[in-house]
Design a protein around this ligand. Sequence first.
Ligand SMILES: Nc1nc2c(ncn2[C@@H]2O[C@H](COP(=O)(O)OP(=O)(O)O)[C@@H](O)[C@H]2O)c(=O)[nH]1
Ligand SMILES: [Mg+2]
Length: 319
Amino acid sequence: MANYQWYPGHMTKARRMIEEDMRLVDVVIEVLDARIPYASRNPDIDRLSQGKGRVVILNKADLAERSATEAWIRYFGEKSIPAVALDARKSGVSSSLSPAIREASASVREKLRRRGMKERPMRILIAGIPNVGKSTLINSFAGKAIAKTGNKPGVTKGKQWIRISKEAELLDTPGLLWPRFEDPAVGEHLAMIGAMSDDVVDTETLAVTVLGLLAERRGSVLRGRYAIAEAQSDAEASSPADNGPGRIDPDEAFAAIAKARGCLRKGGEADTEKAAAILIDEFRKGVFGPLTIEYPPKEDTAELSGEKAETERQSGQRK
Ligand SMILES: Nc1nc2c(ncn2[C@@H]2O[C@H](COP(=O)(O)OP(=O)(O)O)[C@@H](O)[C@H]2O)c(=O)[nH]1
Ligand SMILES: [Mg+2]
């Protein structure tokens, strides 16, 4: 599990290492979490990977909504970055990725040709913020290919390459990137999926956020799972957004979860803190089904169903 905090020294080291690795490669495969492709994206990646072929992987696509992932693929496609949805734990990763890698490396190959250099395998770096599945992806790639090509004296001292096909080899260590810091929604979304150290976020605050998302998007599953009663009155609702049919009072919800799971303190009182932790954990495991937290900016909402368009509006995504 990711357990990191991005204090400045940490980030400086990551930046130095990735800049070093970038010099060695032709193609950068940027791994994102398909549930939060915006929050899991490094803010400096465009600058860092200038002149390189680019591929985006929307990983953990098994935990995201298919239609939203397709919208993200179109979004990156419009920026001329081939994007591929993936479950990095599954087999067949290599064949799902090869067309995108070929597409991304076309201009690099062309450049080599123009300079009169001979054909060689494209060198690839897998990069991303912690916990998006970089190591899993490398293992899936390597599982098939395995043959490490060894050090390349002079050029890539200390670096191991994994030959994945006649045309491509992969740097065996991933490039670690850092997330955005300036946007508080980013921190929240990273915390929701567990891509952030849990000791930098308050469990109950996070659980209220998760509860709000689930109430809005998976209300009946949520109620059914923990036997949470429908809110009787919304007289005490503090904002219009709380007034909808999806409204669930957090205190009542955590009490219900505690009861459903037998979380009691010594005196027999409901342990709502434990209930909050259970909710977060089950959400992260995907027990509420595939759920995308971030949609692409100004995706043509006419294409989405009314419900999804509404969801997009309500969840306050970037315009
Ligand atoms: N559901 C799901 N889990 C994944 C996927 N890829 C990786 N994981 C899990 O995500 C966690 C982090 O993966 P890891 O490869 O260590 O991420 P890294 O920090 O980017 O190297 C591990 O528990 C993986 O099993 C995926 O496509 N789907
Ligand atoms: Mg790793």
